[in-house]
Design a protein around this ligand. Sequence first.
Ligand SMILES: [Zn+2]
Length: 298
Amino acid sequence: MTELRAVGLDVGGSSMRAAESGDAAAAIRAPVSAATTLAEFIEAAGGLLAAVDPGGAATVAVALPTFVKPDGTLLDCPSIPALTGVRLAALMATELGRSEPLLVPDLAAAVVGESRHGVGLGVDSFLCVALGTGANAAATRGGRVVDTAFGCLGDAGHVLVEPDGPRCSCGGRGCLEAVASGWALAREARVIGLRTGEDLTVAAEQGREDAAAILDRAGVALGRAVASWSALLWPEVVAVAGGVSAAGERLLTPARRELARVGVPYIAERVTIVPATLGETATLVGALCLAEDAARAT
Ligand SMILES: [Zn+2]
């Protein structure tokens, strides 16, 4: 029997999940953390792969919470620091006795998942914005990742949205991430006496105007970022994913309003901003798609 053997491995901040092609719902997982050593990571990844693909012949795509440099080493990986600077594909091949896996940034996998199985299905030019702890965006054309740097759109979450805005984690100022990411909203929440960024939505629903204003500002920032990306990429649909997107219309309505206000009219008018639909499974689904693509290409 000949069959396409493809496996996806999604490495997150608190766990990694593996599944075989066509069976993302049956994913198995292992815990990881900032304290995980490189040896522990390799052992855990090897255990998951051995369980999902006992023969060891499947093509594997690994979605990572960092970028892969052209020389194959991983950039800074704050959620699992032991991975920083590691040539992971070669190491996994050596240690696990398998072919080198395909390594992709997690958002590149997520945008493929959403474009082929989520809200981007059937959309030729698609952009996915992730507002999680940080902020980033990735795009597909015809279901394929648009790769301008590091296997995606580089550090697209650091587009300028407020020229004199807050200092950003990247060292710049006024980036989307500095205004609309999870850590930025947590910072603003504390200023008005709330504990977490998630508390902003609850407080806004209860009538707190200061909380609503913070979410509105984040939405405006998102709209400005979409305006800038749209001038370059001409997306038809922009999906918003990540924990911050739970704010829903309190984020998306001001984003659409700002896009219409500042965007290039003939480009902005064809852009639709919507919530992403696959949630946290988008990354694993996309990793499986990329593994299948790689398996077909061999
Ligand atoms: Zn920045």
